[in-house]
Design a protein around this ligand. Structure first.
Ligand code: NAD
Length: 347
């Protein structure tokens, strides 16, 4: 399996394959860039069809973390880890401890955290073997769930996008469609409701949807109808690759801002959104609230107010990004990538 010529290679600094026969561990840790600091990125546990698929995923995700941390102004680089295993059947304490030893062998160049297939409880097990773990339950007993912080960041991002895309300074009466009211979407809906926005919600989980909609007096639509909703803002908070050509052409919203990762189905969708007069908020800038809070957990001077202020900085970063996109006549997605590369010295 070629690495240096892999399409997602992008000059990764280090790629480590780890194996432990006793526990069945087969893992890859990718460290994309440590210019700004240790490479932080979650641990994904997934039954990849092939080793090649696992390598592609870990390279793509670790590169993404360099961009996300740089735009969140964190003293961190980008990395990611994957274990080739089914989290429902193969995730044993022995496997996690072996992973902890692998992470530890890198001496802090890579710091792990939760991702799909791994939980806060798994991080506790990994922490038995290494100190290089984020996203743990804090000493005060508060959950390590990053979603409330992510949602606050998306809310701040949305305020900036609405200022730039709609010329509005407040959210009173603004209509927002949220796709997915899971961990992040639910918190986002509450922030928007409190700010006076009117909500159109959807989710495949009808029960959770009905509950929240009743509480917030929100309208609900079927999952497929969310793209046609007559709203000002579309907030994707469910799946990746949601913005394909068909969806971009259907959207009625003038602003897109949500938590989902990798929202653009292809990079070309950034131009298609511009052609339709829709302001797109780069996903990894908007959804960095969780990683910002995890980064603060590594500091001895953790302070919740400072964390929230740092997350609110996402709004200022986007103000700068949207202004530059306007000046240079480029898409916000393009400018976000350029700004991130400048920040980790590959501009
Ligand atoms: P979640 O699984 O808790 O919520 C996703 C929700 O979307 C669920 O309620 C699910 O039922 C719903 N859903 C799935 N398919 C749908 C569809 N076709 N139409 C409508 N609803 C659908 O996940 P989450 O933690 O809230 O994360 C949401 C998105 O944000 C994900 O893409 C995730 O990668 C991204 N993200 C999350 C965080 C975080 O802190 N949790 C951080 C960064 C990025």
């Amino acid at each position: 399996m070629p690495v240096f010529t892999h399409p997602e290679f992008d000059h990764h600094q280090q790629i480590v394959h780890g194996c432990d026969a006793a526990s069945g561990l087969r893992a890859i840790i990718a460290i994309h860039d440590t210019t700004r600091g240790p490479a932080l990125g979650g641990l994904r546990i997934y039954p990849y069809a092939s080793e090649a698929d696992a390598l592609t995923d870990v390279l793509r995700l670790s590169r993404g973390m360099s961009y996300k941390s740089a735009m969140a102004d964190l003293p961190l680089g980008g990395g990611k880890a994957v274990i080739i295993a089914d989290p429902r059947t193969d995730k044993t304490p022995e496997l996690l401890r072996a992973m902890g030893r692998l992470v530890d062998s890198l001496g802090g160049r890579y710091v792990t955290a939760e991702d799909s297939g791994s939980s806060e409880a798994d991080m506790q097990v990994i922490a038995e073997e290494t100190a290089h773990v984020g996203g743990l339950r804090r000493a005060d007993g508060e959950s390590g769930d990053p979603s409330p912080f992510t949602a606050w960041g998306v809310f701040c991002a949305l305020r900036s996008a609405v200022r730039h895309g709609l010329g509005r300074r407040d959210l009173e009466g603004l209509k927002v469609a949220i796709q997915g009211v899971g961990h992040v979407g639910e918190h986002l809906a509450r922030h928007l409701h409190a700010a006076g926005a009117r909500l159109v919600l959807t989710d495949v989980d009808r029960e959770a949807l009905a509950h929240l909609a009743e509480e917030l007096g929100a309208e609900t639509v079927a999952p497929e109808a969310i793209f046609d909703a007559e709203v000002d803002v579309f907030a994707p908070c469910a799946l990746g690759a949601v913005l394909d050509a068909e969806v971009v052409d259907r959207l009625r919203a003038r602003v897109v801002c949500g938590a989902a990762n990798n929202q653009l189905a292809t990079p070309r969708m950034a131009e298609r959104l511009i052609a339709r007069g829709i302001l797109y908020t780069p996903d990894y800038v908007a959804n960095a609230g969780g990683v910002i809070e995890i980064a603060w957990q590594r500091r001895a001077d953790y302070d919740r107010r400072a964390v929230m202020a740092h997350i609110e900085g996402i709004g200022a970063t986007l103000d700068e990004l949207f202004a530059r996109a306007g000046r240079e006549g480029r898409s916000p997605a393009h400018i976000a990538d350029a700004m991130a590369r400048e920040r980790f010295g590959r501009g």
